[in-house]
Design a protein around this ligand. Structure first.
Ligand SMILES: [Zn+2]
Length: 82
């Protein structure tokens, strides 16, 4: 059953990291802003929530720093250093 967790008007997207370039960067599905997980500045994105399963990072939910879209990152490789 789906729970409405983020009660905001922001659109939510899902990005599968397993399908991305090697450096893990991707573009915001809405505004096209380039987002790199290595960029820790909150100008690019803000971390909203993380989901850890069996001590492995399972999901990272971020907010685009430009358009505030919610982007749910999935597909982290096993052993990803959170
Ligand atoms: Zn955006």
């Amino acid at each position: 059953m789906m729970m409405k967790k983020l009660d905001k008007k922001a659109t939510e997207f899902t990005v599968n990291l397993a399908l991305l370039e090697e450096d893990g960067s991707f573009q915001c599905p809405k505004c096209g802003r380039s987002i790199s997980p290595d960029d820790a500045s909150e100008e690019t994105y803000q971390i909203m929530d993380t989901k850890v399963v069996n001590n492995e990072l399972s999901e990272l939910i971020i907010s685009c720093g430009k358009c505030q879209s919610i982007i749910r990152l999935t597909g982290f490789p096993v052993g990803f250093d959170a």
